[in-house]
Ligand binder design. Structure first.
Ligand SMILES: [Zn+2]
Length: 156
């Protein structure tokens, strides 16, 4: 079998498999729906049966301790249902009442220390160094100088 024949066989197998999976999905979905529908019908009949039994029990036509128990539980649930429904009605009629404007003090601000930082060293202000003037030529020089760098005179 040639290479292309093998590829073509693999592709057709892939198609068969995809088709099988699609049909399987369709079939199981349909059957699941049918199962659900029959289950729903069983539940409905069960409910009706329960209602009839409850009525017969109430009418004194059935005597059963276990049914009495169930019926008592239903009565209790029904009365709590009535109370809940009343509570719900009350909650539904509640209307929003605008609260009177009240002054709410601002939340205490966090104490953030304000830092007076010295300016960055990149731009420092350096005061001019103290100077003195030469008595002979008037040249300005550092106070530490002992001789004038201009004329060489001794300065005090
Ligand atoms: Zn000088």
């Amino acid at each position: 079998m040639g290479f292309l024949d093998q590829i073509s066989k693999q592709i057709s197998q892939g198609v068969d498999r995809a088709k099988f999976e699609a049909e399987k999905f369709q079939k199981t979905t349909r059957l699941q729906g049918e199962v659900n529908e029959v289950q729903r019908q069983v539940d409905t009949r069960m409910y009706e049966l329960g209602q009839r039994a409850y009525e017969l029990l109430r009418a004194g036509q059935i005597h059963s301790a276990s049914l009495n128990e169930l019926s008592a539980a239903i009565d209790q649930l029904r009365s709590s249902l009535v109370a809940k429904e009343e509570e719900l009605k009350q909650a539904q009629t509640e209307v929003f009442v605008e609260p009177p404007p009240t002054y709410t003090p601002p939340p205490p601000s966090q104490q953030v220390p304000i830092s007076y930082e010295t300016p960055p060293a990149s731009d420092p202000y350096t005061p001019p160094p103290p100077t003195k003037v030469c008595g002979a030529c008037g040249f300005q020089m550092p106070v530490t100088a002992m001789f004038c760098p201009n004329c060489g005179s001794r300065v005090a």
